[in-house]
Design a protein around this ligand. Structure first.
Ligand SMILES: [Zn+2]
Length: 288
């Protein structure tokens, strides 16, 4: 049946959208560095970085001033931990705001030199919205041997990580070091850094920190299992294929399957919940 335009619902729809537009929170990209740094979103992300930093320290994945955490704020900015601070002791004022070239644009602390590594990951893969780098002992032990942990043994590891990459050694903090991960960033969310540690990326800081925990637990369990002296049982190949189907649905990368489609930032809604609400209201009005 032919659809007739309903001028009343169109007008109401436009009015609702105008109200939403007036009330909407500006995107971080629309704000000056200092305003972006003071935004509610930045405050929430700082709190998330601080929580993750404390977990890394409590789980003994970082020593001294080791490790660093960052996350993207819009497309222009990155919040990151500063240099020379224990991840146990982070305060909101310690978290710096950087641009995509690594220049600090808000905050008083010096950024970590390993932000270069984080920025290479963000530039290479738009799915990466948060990066956690640390030195968990069991995973780092693998990096000393020049081997990545084997796959096919624990389902949780297969789902969240799968094959981890191993990047070649370079001097930490340098641009050459940052670039060592580039061949792997699209197909791996977890990369071992030779003779150094591990770096994980995800959609949020919390999830990137989870990947670190999953990696470290897996490496530890594998090494304990090897000491039992019995052959290890592997997950059957058809069950691995089921896991890969699930990973594709979840949007998790895995080098054993085709690369995931690129996310389109230009169509990302400002506030998905608000947009959903507007669509519901307009659709209800159209039915009246
Ligand atoms: Zn490091």
């Amino acid at each position: 049946m032919e659809q007739f335009a309903n001028p009343i619902s169109e007008q109401v729809g436009e009015s609702v959208e105008a109200v939403v537009e007036t009330a909407r929170v500006p995107r971080p990209d629309e704000l000056s560095p200092s305003a972006a740094s003071r935004s509610f979103l930045a405050e929430a992300l700082r709190a998330e970085i601080i929580r993750a930093g404390r977990k890394l320290w409590e789980r003994q994945y970082v020593d001294g001033n080791g490790g660093n955490i960052s996350c993207r704020l819009g497309t222009k900015y990155v919040l990151c931990t500063p240099t020379m601070i224990s991840k146990r002791d982070l305060e909101p004022a310690d978290i710096c705001l950087s641009d995509m070239d690594g220049n600090i644009v808000a905050g008083d602390r010096l950024r970590t030199s390993e932000l270069l590594l984080h920025l290479e990951i963000y530039r290479a893969n738009p799915r990466a919205r948060a990066v956690v780098h640390c030195h968990p002992p069991y995973a780092t032990a693998f990096s000393l041997t020049g081997t990545a942990p084997p796959v096919g043994l624990i389902s949780e590891y297969e789902i969240f990580i799968g094959p981890a990459a191993l990047a070649r050694y370079e001097t930490p903090g340098t641009q050459a070091f940052a670039r060592t991960v580039l061949p792997f960033v699209e197909d791996h969310n977890t990369i071992l850094l030779a003779n150094h540690g591990a770096v994980c990326w995800s959609d949020t800081v919390t999830h990137a920190e989870w990947l670190t925990e999953i990696l470290e637990s897996y490496c530890k369990t594998y090494l304990i299992a090897r000491q039992i002296g019995k052959p290890l049982n592997h997950i059957p190949e058809d069950k691995i294929q089921e896991i890969l189907v699930l990973k594709r649905k979840l949007g998790f990368p895995d080098a054993r399957m085709d690369p995931l489609p690129k996310p389109d930032d230009s169509t990302a809604p400002v506030n998905p919940e608000l947009e959903k609400l507007v669509r519901q209201v307009v659709s209800r009005l159209e039915k009246q």
